[in-house]
Design a protein around this ligand. Sequence first.
Ligand SMILES: NC(=O)c1ccc[n+]([C@@H]2O[C@H](COP(=O)([O-])OP(=O)(O)OC[C@H]3O[C@@H](n4cnc5c(N)ncnc54)[C@H](O)[C@@H]3O)[C@@H](O)[C@H]2O)c1
Ligand SMILES: [Zn+2]
Ligand SMILES: [Zn+2]
Length: 400
Amino acid sequence: MEQRNAGNPIRCKAAVSKAPGQPLEMEEVEVAPPRAHEVRLKIICTSLCHTDITFWRMKDFPGMFPSVLGHEAVGVVESVGDHVQEVAVGDTVVPVFLAQCGECPDCLSPRSNICSALPYRPGGMPRDGTTRFSLAATGEPVHGFLCVSSFAEYTVVDVAHVVKLPAGPELALPPEKACLLSCGVATGVGAAWKVAAVESGSTVAVFGLGAVGLAVAQGSRMRGAKRIIGIDLNPGKFEIGTPTGKKLGVTDFVNPNDIGDKNVSEVIKEMTGGAGADYCFECIGLVSVMAEAFKSSRTGWGKTVVLGVDGSAAPVSVPSFDLMRGRSVVGSLFGGIKPKDDIPVLAHKCLDKELELDDFVTHQMGFHEINRAFDLLTQGKCLRCIIWMDGACSEENGCS
Ligand SMILES: NC(=O)c1ccc[n+]([C@@H]2O[C@H](COP(=O)([O-])OP(=O)(O)OC[C@H]3O[C@@H](n4cnc5c(N)ncnc54)[C@H](O)[C@@H]3O)[C@@H](O)[C@H]2O)c1
Ligand SMILES: [Zn+2]
Ligand SMILES: [Zn+2]
Protein backbone atom coordinates (compact mmCIF):
# COMPACT_ATOMS: atom_id res chain seq x y z
CA MET A 1 0.00 0.00 0.00
CA GLU A 2 1.19 3.51 -0.82
CA GLN A 3 2.27 5.79 2.06
CA ARG A 4 0.19 8.79 0.95
CA ASN A 5 0.82 11.06 3.93
CA ALA A 6 4.19 9.57 4.83
CA GLY A 7 6.51 12.20 6.22
CA ASN A 8 3.70 14.73 6.68
CA PRO A 9 1.55 15.55 9.66
CA ILE A 10 -2.05 14.35 9.54
CA ARG A 11 -4.95 16.46 10.77
CA CYS A 12 -7.70 14.40 12.39
CA LYS A 13 -10.09 14.18 15.31
CA ALA A 14 -9.01 13.29 18.83
CA ALA A 15 -10.97 13.16 22.07
CA VAL A 16 -8.76 15.33 24.28
CA SER A 17 -8.76 15.10 28.07
CA LYS A 18 -8.26 18.68 29.26
CA ALA A 19 -8.94 18.60 33.00
CA PRO A 20 -9.23 15.88 35.68
CA GLY A 21 -12.57 14.09 35.56
CA GLN A 22 -14.04 16.42 32.91
CA PRO A 23 -15.69 15.13 29.70
CA LEU A 24 -13.26 14.68 26.80
CA GLU A 25 -13.47 17.34 24.09
CA MET A 26 -13.43 16.46 20.39
CA GLU A 27 -10.60 18.52 18.85
CA GLU A 28 -8.78 18.72 15.57
CA VAL A 29 -5.21 17.63 16.26
CA GLU A 30 -2.07 17.35 14.21
CA VAL A 31 -0.38 13.96 14.40
CA ALA A 32 3.31 14.21 13.49
CA PRO A 33 4.86 11.64 11.14
CA PRO A 34 6.55 8.66 12.76
CA ARG A 35 10.23 9.10 13.67
CA ALA A 36 12.80 6.29 13.58
CA HIS A 37 11.45 3.02 15.09
CA GLU A 38 7.90 4.42 15.10
CA VAL A 39 4.72 3.67 13.16
CA ARG A 40 1.66 5.80 12.58
CA LEU A 41 -1.63 3.93 12.92
CA LYS A 42 -5.14 4.60 11.70
CA ILE A 43 -7.22 3.40 14.64
CA ILE A 44 -10.10 1.10 13.67
CA CYS A 45 -11.64 0.79 17.11
CA THR A 46 -10.66 1.39 20.70
CA SER A 47 -12.14 0.56 24.09
CA LEU A 48 -12.08 2.01 27.55
CA CYS A 49 -10.16 0.32 30.39
CA HIS A 50 -10.37 1.34 34.04
CA THR A 51 -6.73 2.49 33.91
CA ASP A 52 -7.84 5.31 31.54
CA ILE A 53 -10.39 6.34 34.20
CA THR A 54 -7.74 6.27 36.96
CA PHE A 55 -5.41 8.61 35.03
CA TRP A 56 -8.26 10.81 33.74
CA ARG A 57 -9.26 11.50 37.37
CA MET A 58 -5.69 12.19 38.60
CA LYS A 59 -5.17 15.78 39.65
CA ASP A 60 -1.40 15.44 40.05
CA PHE A 61 1.43 13.87 38.08
CA PRO A 62 1.46 11.29 36.49
CA GLY A 63 -2.00 12.65 35.56
CA MET A 64 -1.24 15.02 32.63
CA PHE A 65 -3.40 17.50 30.71
CA PRO A 66 -4.19 18.03 27.93
CA SER A 67 -3.72 14.46 26.83
CA VAL A 68 -4.96 11.81 24.43
CA LEU A 69 -5.90 8.83 26.60
CA GLY A 70 -6.80 5.32 25.41
CA HIS A 71 -4.63 2.21 25.30
CA GLU A 72 -6.88 -0.67 24.17
CA ALA A 73 -7.18 -0.61 20.41
CA VAL A 74 -6.61 -2.14 17.03
CA GLY A 75 -5.34 -0.21 14.01
CA VAL A 76 -3.84 -0.33 10.54
CA VAL A 77 -0.30 0.84 9.83
CA GLU A 78 -0.56 4.08 7.81
CA SER A 79 3.16 4.89 7.56
CA VAL A 80 6.43 3.79 9.13
CA GLY A 81 9.58 5.62 10.23
CA ASP A 82 13.17 4.63 9.54
CA HIS A 83 14.45 1.24 10.77
CA VAL A 84 10.97 -0.30 10.94
CA GLN A 85 11.06 -3.74 9.35
CA GLU A 86 8.71 -5.72 11.53
CA VAL A 87 5.48 -4.22 10.18
CA ALA A 88 4.52 -2.66 6.86
CA VAL A 89 1.91 -0.19 5.66
CA GLY A 90 -1.51 -1.87 5.62
CA ASP A 91 -0.78 -4.40 8.40
CA THR A 92 -3.42 -4.76 11.10
CA VAL A 93 -1.81 -4.42 14.51
CA VAL A 94 -2.66 -4.27 18.18
CA PRO A 95 -0.87 -1.44 20.01
CA VAL A 96 0.08 -2.27 23.59
CA PHE A 97 1.16 -0.25 26.64
CA LEU A 98 4.11 -2.55 27.40
CA ALA A 99 7.15 -2.63 25.14
CA GLN A 100 8.87 -5.76 23.94
CA CYS A 101 12.18 -4.74 22.36
CA GLY A 102 13.19 -8.40 22.13
CA GLU A 103 16.83 -7.74 23.01
CA CYS A 104 17.14 -6.53 26.61
CA PRO A 105 17.80 -8.94 29.53
CA ASP A 106 14.12 -8.81 30.52
CA CYS A 107 12.81 -9.46 27.02
CA LEU A 108 15.28 -12.35 26.68
CA SER A 109 14.24 -13.89 30.01
CA PRO A 110 11.08 -15.95 30.41
CA ARG A 111 10.84 -14.54 33.95
CA SER A 112 9.90 -10.96 33.02
CA ASN A 113 7.62 -9.02 30.70
CA ILE A 114 8.91 -5.60 31.78
CA CYS A 115 11.19 -4.49 28.93
CA SER A 116 14.14 -2.72 30.58
CA ALA A 117 15.36 -1.03 27.38
CA LEU A 118 12.18 1.03 26.94
CA PRO A 119 10.79 1.91 30.37
CA TYR A 120 7.54 3.87 30.50
CA ARG A 121 7.87 7.65 30.05
CA PRO A 122 4.69 9.45 31.15
CA GLY A 123 3.15 11.61 28.45
CA GLY A 124 5.57 10.83 25.65
CA MET A 125 7.14 8.37 23.27
CA PRO A 126 9.39 5.73 24.86
CA ARG A 127 12.65 6.63 23.08
CA ASP A 128 12.71 10.44 23.43
CA GLY A 129 9.85 11.32 25.81
CA THR A 130 8.26 13.78 23.35
CA THR A 131 4.68 13.74 22.05
CA ARG A 132 3.50 13.42 18.43
CA PHE A 133 0.21 15.29 19.11
CA SER A 134 -0.59 19.01 19.04
CA LEU A 135 -3.81 21.03 18.81
CA ALA A 136 -4.30 22.01 15.16
CA ALA A 137 -5.68 25.45 16.05
CA THR A 138 -2.91 26.65 18.39
CA GLY A 139 -0.01 24.24 18.03
CA GLU A 140 -0.16 23.51 21.77
CA PRO A 141 1.41 20.09 22.48
CA VAL A 142 -0.95 17.39 23.74
CA HIS A 143 0.51 14.61 25.90
CA GLY A 144 0.33 10.97 24.90
CA PHE A 145 -0.76 8.19 27.24
CA LEU A 146 0.75 4.77 27.97
CA CYS A 147 2.64 4.84 24.65
CA VAL A 148 -0.63 4.19 22.75
CA SER A 149 -3.06 7.21 22.84
CA SER A 150 -5.86 5.53 20.96
CA PHE A 151 -8.64 8.09 21.51
CA ALA A 152 -7.64 9.66 18.19
CA GLU A 153 -8.25 8.74 14.57
CA TYR A 154 -4.47 8.46 14.08
CA THR A 155 -1.70 7.86 16.60
CA VAL A 156 2.03 7.21 16.57
CA VAL A 157 3.36 4.18 18.44
CA ASP A 158 6.86 2.77 18.87
CA VAL A 159 7.39 -0.45 16.91
CA ALA A 160 8.27 -2.17 20.22
CA HIS A 161 4.65 -1.44 21.27
CA VAL A 162 2.83 -3.03 18.31
CA VAL A 163 1.84 -6.64 17.79
CA LYS A 164 1.10 -7.96 14.33
CA LEU A 165 -2.01 -10.12 14.22
CA PRO A 166 -2.14 -13.51 12.51
CA ALA A 167 -2.91 -12.83 8.82
CA GLY A 168 -5.04 -14.70 6.28
CA PRO A 169 -8.80 -14.80 5.78
CA GLU A 170 -9.43 -17.73 8.12
CA LEU A 171 -7.15 -16.17 10.72
CA ALA A 172 -8.78 -12.73 10.74
CA LEU A 173 -9.93 -11.93 14.25
CA PRO A 174 -12.78 -9.36 14.21
CA PRO A 175 -11.40 -5.95 15.28
CA GLU A 176 -13.57 -5.71 18.41
CA LYS A 177 -12.09 -9.01 19.64
CA ALA A 178 -8.52 -8.05 18.78
CA CYS A 179 -9.10 -4.79 20.66
CA LEU A 180 -9.84 -6.70 23.88
CA LEU A 181 -6.46 -8.42 23.65
CA SER A 182 -4.76 -5.02 23.72
CA CYS A 183 -5.04 -4.74 27.53
CA GLY A 184 -7.80 -5.81 29.95
CA VAL A 185 -8.84 -9.26 28.77
CA ALA A 186 -5.28 -10.31 27.90
CA THR A 187 -4.19 -9.12 31.37
CA GLY A 188 -6.81 -11.24 33.14
CA VAL A 189 -6.30 -14.39 31.09
CA GLY A 190 -2.51 -13.95 31.26
CA ALA A 191 -2.56 -13.60 35.05
CA ALA A 192 -4.33 -16.96 35.45
CA TRP A 193 -2.20 -18.63 32.81
CA LYS A 194 1.29 -17.20 33.33
CA VAL A 195 1.53 -15.45 36.71
CA ALA A 196 -0.52 -17.81 38.89
CA ALA A 197 -0.34 -20.83 36.55
CA VAL A 198 -3.63 -21.95 38.13
CA GLU A 199 -3.66 -25.70 38.72
CA SER A 200 -6.51 -27.93 37.73
CA GLY A 201 -9.04 -28.57 40.51
CA SER A 202 -8.13 -25.46 42.50
CA THR A 203 -10.23 -22.74 44.11
CA VAL A 204 -9.81 -19.17 42.91
CA ALA A 205 -11.12 -15.93 44.42
CA VAL A 206 -11.47 -12.96 42.06
CA PHE A 207 -11.90 -9.52 43.66
CA GLY A 208 -13.63 -7.19 41.17
CA LEU A 209 -15.67 -8.54 38.27
CA GLY A 210 -14.91 -6.00 35.57
CA ALA A 211 -13.38 -7.14 32.28
CA VAL A 212 -10.05 -7.87 33.99
CA GLY A 213 -11.60 -9.95 36.81
CA LEU A 214 -13.93 -11.85 34.50
CA ALA A 215 -11.01 -12.57 32.18
CA VAL A 216 -9.16 -14.00 35.20
CA ALA A 217 -12.24 -16.17 35.79
CA GLN A 218 -12.24 -17.33 32.21
CA GLY A 219 -8.48 -17.97 32.23
CA SER A 220 -8.83 -19.94 35.50
CA ARG A 221 -11.66 -21.99 34.04
CA MET A 222 -9.55 -22.73 30.96
CA ARG A 223 -6.85 -24.05 33.32
CA GLY A 224 -9.32 -26.34 35.05
CA ALA A 225 -10.16 -24.43 38.26
CA LYS A 226 -13.00 -26.21 40.05
CA ARG A 227 -14.40 -23.28 41.97
CA ILE A 228 -14.22 -19.59 41.09
CA ILE A 229 -15.53 -17.19 43.75
CA GLY A 230 -16.29 -13.69 42.43
CA ILE A 231 -16.37 -10.75 44.85
CA ASP A 232 -18.02 -7.52 43.75
CA LEU A 233 -20.12 -4.76 45.29
CA ASN A 234 -22.24 -4.63 42.14
CA PRO A 235 -24.67 -7.59 41.93
CA GLY A 236 -25.19 -6.73 38.25
CA LYS A 237 -21.77 -8.19 37.52
CA PHE A 238 -23.03 -11.62 38.51
CA GLU A 239 -26.73 -12.15 37.87
CA ILE A 240 -28.13 -9.24 35.93
CA GLY A 241 -27.43 -8.17 32.37
CA THR A 242 -26.40 -10.18 29.36
CA PRO A 243 -22.83 -11.06 30.25
CA THR A 244 -23.27 -12.86 33.53
CA GLY A 245 -20.30 -13.70 35.69
CA LYS A 246 -21.65 -17.24 35.82
CA LYS A 247 -21.39 -17.65 32.08
CA LEU A 248 -17.79 -16.48 32.18
CA GLY A 249 -16.81 -19.08 34.76
CA VAL A 250 -17.69 -17.61 38.19
CA THR A 251 -19.31 -20.35 40.29
CA ASP A 252 -19.98 -18.45 43.56
CA PHE A 253 -20.60 -14.82 44.33
CA VAL A 254 -19.87 -12.76 47.43
CA ASN A 255 -21.17 -9.22 47.78
CA PRO A 256 -19.29 -7.45 50.61
CA ASN A 257 -22.49 -5.47 51.27
CA ASP A 258 -24.44 -8.65 52.07
CA ILE A 259 -22.20 -10.33 54.67
CA GLY A 260 -23.03 -8.32 57.79
CA ASP A 261 -20.08 -7.76 60.13
CA LYS A 262 -17.90 -10.41 58.54
CA ASN A 263 -14.86 -9.67 56.39
CA VAL A 264 -14.71 -11.13 52.90
CA SER A 265 -11.71 -13.25 53.97
CA GLU A 266 -13.77 -14.86 56.75
CA VAL A 267 -16.53 -15.70 54.28
CA ILE A 268 -14.05 -17.19 51.82
CA LYS A 269 -12.48 -19.29 54.57
CA GLU A 270 -15.95 -20.56 55.52
CA MET A 271 -16.70 -21.38 51.90
CA THR A 272 -13.46 -23.37 51.59
CA GLY A 273 -13.72 -25.50 54.73
CA GLY A 274 -11.54 -23.08 56.75
CA ALA A 275 -8.54 -23.23 54.40
CA GLY A 276 -8.85 -20.22 52.10
CA ALA A 277 -8.49 -19.97 48.33
CA ASP A 278 -5.54 -21.45 46.44
CA TYR A 279 -5.31 -18.29 44.31
CA CYS A 280 -6.62 -14.76 44.91
CA PHE A 281 -6.63 -12.01 42.29
CA GLU A 282 -7.15 -8.31 43.06
CA CYS A 283 -8.74 -6.70 39.99
CA ILE A 284 -10.02 -3.43 41.49
CA GLY A 285 -7.08 -1.21 42.47
CA LEU A 286 -7.59 -0.73 46.22
CA VAL A 287 -4.75 -1.54 48.64
CA SER A 288 -7.30 -2.44 51.35
CA VAL A 289 -8.75 -5.11 49.04
CA MET A 290 -5.25 -6.34 48.13
CA ALA A 291 -4.64 -7.04 51.86
CA GLU A 292 -8.06 -8.70 52.16
CA ALA A 293 -7.30 -10.87 49.12
CA PHE A 294 -4.03 -11.96 50.77
CA LYS A 295 -5.94 -12.82 53.98
CA SER A 296 -8.34 -14.93 51.91
CA SER A 297 -5.52 -17.09 50.56
CA ARG A 298 -4.53 -20.47 51.90
CA THR A 299 -1.63 -21.12 54.28
CA GLY A 300 1.02 -23.32 52.65
CA TRP A 301 0.71 -22.28 49.03
CA GLY A 302 -1.91 -19.53 48.67
CA LYS A 303 -0.88 -17.07 45.98
CA THR A 304 -2.29 -13.54 45.63
CA VAL A 305 -1.89 -11.74 42.33
CA VAL A 306 -2.34 -7.95 42.31
CA LEU A 307 -3.60 -6.59 38.99
CA GLY A 308 -5.59 -3.51 40.08
CA VAL A 309 -3.92 -0.11 39.73
CA ASP A 310 -4.13 1.94 42.92
CA GLY A 311 -3.59 5.50 41.70
CA SER A 312 -2.09 6.60 45.03
CA ALA A 313 0.60 3.89 44.82
CA ALA A 314 0.07 3.30 48.57
CA PRO A 315 1.94 0.41 50.26
CA VAL A 316 0.19 -2.91 50.93
CA SER A 317 0.58 -4.37 54.40
CA VAL A 318 0.64 -8.13 54.92
CA PRO A 319 1.58 -10.06 58.10
CA SER A 320 5.16 -11.39 57.84
CA PHE A 321 4.21 -14.64 59.60
CA ASP A 322 1.75 -15.43 56.83
CA LEU A 323 4.58 -15.06 54.32
CA MET A 324 6.69 -17.46 56.36
CA ARG A 325 3.84 -19.91 56.40
CA GLY A 326 3.92 -20.16 52.64
CA ARG A 327 1.57 -17.51 51.32
CA SER A 328 2.89 -15.21 48.63
CA VAL A 329 1.83 -12.04 46.89
CA VAL A 330 2.95 -10.87 43.49
CA GLY A 331 1.89 -8.06 41.20
CA SER A 332 1.75 -8.10 37.46
CA LEU A 333 1.54 -5.73 34.53
CA PHE A 334 -0.33 -7.15 31.56
CA GLY A 335 -0.84 -10.48 33.35
CA GLY A 336 2.78 -11.44 32.76
CA ILE A 337 2.30 -11.74 29.02
CA LYS A 338 4.99 -10.79 26.57
CA PRO A 339 2.97 -8.84 24.00
CA LYS A 340 4.60 -10.00 20.76
CA ASP A 341 4.92 -13.65 21.84
CA ASP A 342 1.67 -14.17 23.70
CA ILE A 343 -1.02 -12.00 22.05
CA PRO A 344 -0.84 -14.11 18.84
CA VAL A 345 -1.29 -17.21 21.06
CA LEU A 346 -4.39 -15.65 22.63
CA ALA A 347 -5.65 -14.64 19.17
CA HIS A 348 -5.41 -18.27 18.04
CA LYS A 349 -7.25 -19.40 21.19
CA CYS A 350 -10.03 -16.94 20.25
CA LEU A 351 -10.18 -18.27 16.69
CA ASP A 352 -10.36 -21.83 18.06
CA LYS A 353 -13.18 -20.71 20.41
CA GLU A 354 -11.17 -21.89 23.40
CA LEU A 355 -11.22 -18.28 24.59
CA GLU A 356 -14.71 -16.75 24.24
CA LEU A 357 -14.71 -12.98 24.05
CA ASP A 358 -18.27 -12.18 22.92
CA ASP A 359 -19.59 -11.48 26.41
CA PHE A 360 -16.91 -8.92 27.20
CA VAL A 361 -18.28 -6.52 24.57
CA THR A 362 -21.36 -5.07 26.25
CA HIS A 363 -21.68 -1.85 24.22
CA GLN A 364 -20.61 -0.52 20.81
CA MET A 365 -20.72 3.12 19.78
CA GLY A 366 -19.30 5.78 17.48
CA PHE A 367 -16.27 7.93 18.39
CA HIS A 368 -18.46 11.01 19.03
CA GLU A 369 -20.14 9.10 21.89
CA ILE A 370 -16.91 8.39 23.78
CA ASN A 371 -18.02 10.26 26.91
CA ARG A 372 -20.93 7.82 27.21
CA ALA A 373 -18.38 5.00 27.54
CA PHE A 374 -16.81 6.90 30.47
CA ASP A 375 -20.27 7.20 32.10
CA LEU A 376 -21.03 3.50 31.59
CA LEU A 377 -17.70 2.28 33.01
CA THR A 378 -17.70 4.63 36.01
CA GLN A 379 -21.32 3.61 36.78
CA GLY A 380 -20.45 -0.10 36.55
CA LYS A 381 -22.87 -0.64 33.66
CA CYS A 382 -20.50 -2.13 31.10
CA LEU A 383 -17.56 -4.45 30.72
CA ARG A 384 -16.03 -3.15 27.52
CA CYS A 385 -17.48 -0.49 25.21
CA ILE A 386 -16.09 -0.77 21.70
CA ILE A 387 -15.71 2.70 20.18
CA TRP A 388 -15.61 2.67 16.37
CA MET A 389 -13.65 5.55 14.87
CA ASP A 390 -15.68 5.51 11.63
CA GLY A 391 -19.06 5.63 13.36
CA ALA A 392 -21.16 2.93 14.93
CA CYS A 393 -20.64 -0.80 14.56
CA SER A 394 -21.37 -1.96 11.03
CA GLU A 395 -20.41 -4.69 8.61
CA GLU A 396 -18.39 -2.13 6.66
CA ASN A 397 -15.98 -1.40 9.49
CA GLY A 398 -15.50 -5.09 10.10
CA CYS A 399 -17.83 -5.43 13.08
CA SER A 400 -19.50 -8.80 13.22
N1 LIG B 1 -2.10 -4.83 35.84
C1 LIG B 1 -2.43 -4.47 34.62
O1 LIG B 1 -1.64 -4.59 33.69
C2 LIG B 1 -3.80 -3.93 34.38
C3 LIG B 1 -4.35 -3.97 33.09
C4 LIG B 1 -5.67 -3.53 32.92
C5 LIG B 1 -6.37 -3.02 33.99
N2 LIG B 1 -5.77 -2.96 35.22
C6 LIG B 1 -6.48 -2.49 36.41
O2 LIG B 1 -7.38 -3.54 36.79
C7 LIG B 1 -8.49 -2.98 37.51
C8 LIG B 1 -9.79 -3.47 36.87
O3 LIG B 1 -9.96 -2.93 35.57
P1 LIG B 1 -11.37 -3.11 34.80
O4 LIG B 1 -11.21 -2.42 33.51
O5 LIG B 1 -11.78 -4.53 34.85
O6 LIG B 1 -12.29 -2.23 35.78
P2 LIG B 1 -13.88 -2.22 36.01
O7 LIG B 1 -14.21 -0.88 36.51
O8 LIG B 1 -14.58 -2.73 34.80
O9 LIG B 1 -14.08 -3.32 37.16
C9 LIG B 1 -13.82 -3.09 38.52
C10 LIG B 1 -14.84 -3.89 39.32
O10 LIG B 1 -14.52 -3.76 40.72
C11 LIG B 1 -15.73 -3.62 41.45
N3 LIG B 1 -15.40 -2.97 42.73
C12 LIG B 1 -15.04 -1.69 42.96
N4 LIG B 1 -14.78 -1.50 44.28
C13 LIG B 1 -14.97 -2.69 44.88
C14 LIG B 1 -14.85 -3.15 46.22
N5 LIG B 1 -14.46 -2.33 47.22
N6 LIG B 1 -15.13 -4.45 46.50
C15 LIG B 1 -15.54 -5.30 45.51
N7 LIG B 1 -15.67 -4.92 44.22
C16 LIG B 1 -15.39 -3.64 43.91
C17 LIG B 1 -16.61 -2.78 40.54
O11 LIG B 1 -17.99 -2.94 40.88
C18 LIG B 1 -16.28 -3.37 39.17
O12 LIG B 1 -17.13 -4.43 38.82
C19 LIG B 1 -8.28 -1.47 37.45
O13 LIG B 1 -7.62 -1.06 38.64
C20 LIG B 1 -7.36 -1.28 36.27
O14 LIG B 1 -6.63 -0.08 36.36
C21 LIG B 1 -4.52 -3.41 35.41
ZN1 LIG C 1 -5.80 -1.21 30.44
ZN1 LIG D 1 13.24 -5.24 26.06
